[in-house]
Write a protein that binds this ligand. Structure first.
Ligand code: 1GP
Length: 231
């Protein structure tokens, strides 16, 4: 599955802490998206993650868990993403939580199913930005340098430009992607229409659509075909 993510163009991110009805979930899973990522910045528990996984598992779409809380690590996903925030000085978001989780689960850590994501968080008002103390006042060169580090120093499979909640600067995204050849650039944040999906898909390798699923399902679904136009 780690190799398969290299072909993902569009991903829906579902938050276990938010309600989604069966019909809406059916349409998301059958939409033609390349994968479902399960993750959120707050309120993610073992129980709500298991519940969402068991519902997503009724479909063939690949399911990945983005681990944000070591208490909510649920077996049975196709892939596990390990977020590492590159633009924070708070070490707990770089190696702290990770080291504690490995210490606890080292005997059963499925290393082959794990993929590190080098996150650069650029919306200071987002939950993840506040939580991680991200230093968001960065220009395109700053972000491009992080991209190079993700690929060449850390050999991360994913470099994730995260604007969660707001549509970001596609020039920054484009310039960061220009640095990458092996590492895949994920972009997420504020994609709430076909137009924005197209713009983001033109700048990034993979686009991640989250919040709009819960606000306007039809518009969320339109982002899937629009991604093919941008890519
Ligand atoms: C959040 O990048 C994702 O982690 C998607 O962002 O919720 O703003 O779509 P939105």
């Amino acid at each position: 599955m780690k190799n398969e993510l290299k072909s993902w163009k569009h991903v829906f991110k579902l938050d276990p802490d938010r309600e989604i009805g069966d019909e809406a979930l059916d349409r998301i899973c059958m939409s033609g998206t390349d994968a479902i990522i399960v993750g959120g910045s707050s309120g993610v528990t073992y129980d709500n993650t298991v519940e969402l996984l068991s519902r997503v598992r009724q479909y063939t779409v690949p399911a990945a868990l983005e681990i944000s809380n070591e208490e909510a690590v649920v077996p049975g996903f196709d892939l596990y993403f390990i977020p590492i925030v590159m633009n924070t000085s708070q070490g707990e978001w770089i190696t702290g939580h990770h080291q504690r989780a490995v210490k606890e689960f080292s005997h059963m850590t499925p290393w082959d199913e794990m993929a590190a994501q080098g996150y650069v968080v650029l919306n200071p008002d987002s939950t993840v930005g506040k939580l991680t103390g991200a230093q968001t006042n960065l220009d395109a060169k700053d972000v491009a340098a992080y991209a190079q580090m993700a690929e060449h120093l850390f050999r991360m499979p994913v470099f994730y430009v995260e604007y969660s909640g707001t549509f970001g600067d596609m020039d920054i995204v484009r310039k960061a992607r220009a640095q990458l050849s092996e590492t895949r650039l994920f972009y997420g944040g504020g994609i709430d229409s076909a137009e924005k999906a197209e713009l983001a898909a033109e700048a990034a390798d993979t686009i991640v659509v989250g919040n709009i699923i819960y606000e306007d399902l039809e518009r969320a679904l339109e982002t899937v075909p629009a991604t093919r136009n941008g890519a």
